[in-house]
Design a protein around this ligand. Sequence first.
Ligand code: ZN
Length: 383
Amino acid sequence: MLARTEAWAAINSGTRNLPGLKAMAAALADAFSALPGALALLPADPVDTVNADGSVQSLDHGDHLQLVVRPEAPVQLLFTGHMDTVFGIDHPFQHGRWQADGTLNAPGAADMKGGLSLLLAALESIERSPPAARLGYTVVINSDEETGSLSSRRLIAEAARGKVAALTYEPALPDGTLAGARGGTGNFSLVVRGRSAHAGRNPEDGRNAIVAAAALALHLSEAGRPGLAVNPARIDGGGPNNVVPDLAILRVNFRPGDASAIARAHAALDDAIAAVTAAHGVTIQLHGSFNRPPKPIDAGADRLFALVRQAGADLGIPVAWKTTGGVCDGNNIAACGVPVVDTMGVRGGAIHSGDEFLIPESLAERAALSALTILRLVERGHP
Ligand SMILES: [Zn+2]
């Protein structure tokens, strides 16, 4: 597991590095073909992005890996992970090294190439045991988790259909604590178009898009409250000092705590757009979505956590969990009504930074935790 993790971490697979993702997908397809079933690399769904000049451009993504094993078996599970990392090809963090404390500092080692490696080991051990005949599963390893799974969320939602439970291989905290409830997130770009005019000769003929975007930012930030964080993050646009600017793009992130907060955010967007359009004489186009719905711990998730905790207790691995503000594909799986524990990967930390580390002993430990959890799910037929 460790050698495989090191080899995979040596392949740069930043979300925007398409050749790197291609190499990573090939390495994963090769390794996961040790399992039975139908393995495919599937093309990414189209994704649009709004440029700083207000134009809309389609973004290319790497293929996603899907493995379908025994779809006719009575107990169906979903396993998900991602092959991409936050470290692009031009990032200084490209190589792994062993640290004095025995941890492995390598790009994507914890998030989540180590998790993918231990998932494979757990599934290989399951395949060697008789209960495997009663287990069917889909593995989805996407190429765009770190930028919000916009090109893979449909694939994940389809794979979740009919599954009794899901496990996702994001890293646990260094002490083994798992992520419980998660908030959601949504990213929006508001393209504001006004009218240019000379700043001195006829400013009254202009419609200032920067001022309108700033007004939008104020309106939206006032909609923030406990349970719905609103972060106007950036305004692109504007131009020379002597021109009333006719273009601005406001970027805003929402963090809803539950479904009602998503409804409040949509209402706040509608209200802000209507008010600013009327007051500033501009047009406003809205792009974006709540790509990560909130993941509350419902009754099904509660039972799955209890099952994982019992499996841990039987292996001498204490399992606790806590609420986090981070998001991942577990949010999208939970939104499909499938109970999910989404931090079944390695123990590690400092992810998304050059200090990212993996605790190597956790590979075997967490592979055992996954294998026993899966066997118990097969035995019971549900969480
Ligand atoms: Zn991750």
